[in-house]
Design a protein around this ligand. Structure first.
Ligand code: GTP
Ligand code: MG
Length: 317
């Protein structure tokens, strides 16, 4: 029964069924075992999408920019997926975008898929869930996948790290805070957007960013461009889209993409292995054996290092 159901959801997704995509996404959020099997079946169909992370401080205009970028990519004929990791409010921008597209062209309706998710309640961790959603949209045939997240905590930064290209959305007038804010962000940003340029002070912020990028050692020969934009009106968004695509070209031309993908795959594999080992250790069926070993350590029959080796021996065989 389960097998039939699984084959259904996978083939439905591959056939372009949006509800199947949403269903599998919910399943992965709950870490349902069948979800893992479905993801395994989808794996051969992944690896084609350009994954773009969009991050920056709260309210800097990330959702607005993601909407406008989506229109830009649609104009280029690309299919777009949007994942919004939203710690607070629902993804209002996305809903607006959906309406707009449906009003303009029914055919476009199929070209965009939007998923919004809260930061709480992800059994396998937020970064893992986002990674799964990206995979699903990739297999679903999206050419571009935009992942929006607030650039505040570590987990959000990790989410963006699954991207090929990271766009940092700043606003003018950060003043003295700029040093502190930029510390961690300079290294992960591939394209910098100074948004809300209509509010003044954008030139100065762009200059400050530029100076800081000068001091930041480049490691892959890519100098992150700084683009001033007014996401609300769409001004500068075309330039942002070109910068993002140019970055992907750079990754391909220099062979960095291959390296990047390899690193990511290795990292996520190691996470999964660690999870498995953790589950092995915490398995209730082994609790008794663990307690016996503890007794032996207390009675000086065994030292903790030898005991640990012994406990893990079945894993080494
Ligand atoms: N003046 C001005 N306002 C803008 C611009 N872009 C976005 N906004 C406004 O800024 C507010 C926040 O925009 P969002 O796109 O929701 O920002 P966000 O970064 O996604 O916000 P969070 O996801 O809540 O962190 C909205 O009221 C937008 O209309 C812009 O270029 N200029
Ligand atoms: Mg937002």
């Amino acid at each position: 029964m389960r097998w039939l159901f699984l084959t259904d959801i996978v083939s439905d997704i591959l056939a372009g069924d949006r509800r199947a995509v949403a269903r599998l996404m919910s399943m992965t959020e709950n870490q349902a075992l069948p979800a893992r099997k479905a993801l395994a079946e989808l794996h051969p169909y992944t690896g084609k999408a350009h994954i773009i992370g969009v991050t920056g401080p709260p309210g800097s205009g990330k959702s607005t920019l993601v909407d406008k970028l989506t229109l830009e990519f649609r104009r280029m004929g690309k299919k777009v997926g949007i994942i919004a990791v939203d710690p607070t409010s629902p993804f209002t921008g996305g809903a607006l975008l959906g309406d707009r597209i449906r009003m303009n062209d029914v055919a476009l309706d199929k070209g965009v898929f939007i998923r919004s998710m809260g930061t709480r309640g992800h059994l396998g961790g937020l970064a893992a869930t986002t990674g799964d959603h990206v995979k699903i949209l990739d297999a679903f045939g999206k050419d571009v996948i935009l992942v929006e997240t607030v650039g505040a905590g570590q987990s959000e930064v990790e989410v963006v790290r699954t991207a090929h290209t990271t766009v940092i959305v700043e606003v003018p007038g950060l003043g003295d805070d700029i040093q502190a804010i930029k510390a961690g962000i300079l290294e992960i940003g591939d394209v910098f957007v100074v948004n809300k340029a209509d509010m003044g002070g954008a030139d100065e912020t762009a200059r400050e960013l530029d100076t800081m990028l000068d001091m930041n050692p480049e490691n892959s020969g890519w100098r992150p461009p700084i683009v001033q934009a007014v996401a609300k009106s769409g001004e500068g968004v075309e330039e942002v889209s070109h910068a993002v695509l140019a970055h992907m070209e750079h990754l391909k031309e220099t062979g960095t993409l291959h390296k990047l993908v390899r690193e990511r795959v290795k990292e996520s594999l190691m996470d999964i292995i660690k999870d498995n080992i953790y589950s092995y250790i915490m398995d209730k069926n082994r609790e008794e054996r663990l307690d016996q070993i503890v007794d032996k350590i207390i009675n000086s029959e065994l030292d903790p290092y030898t005991a640990a080796e012994e406990f893990l021996r079945p894993l080494r065989e």
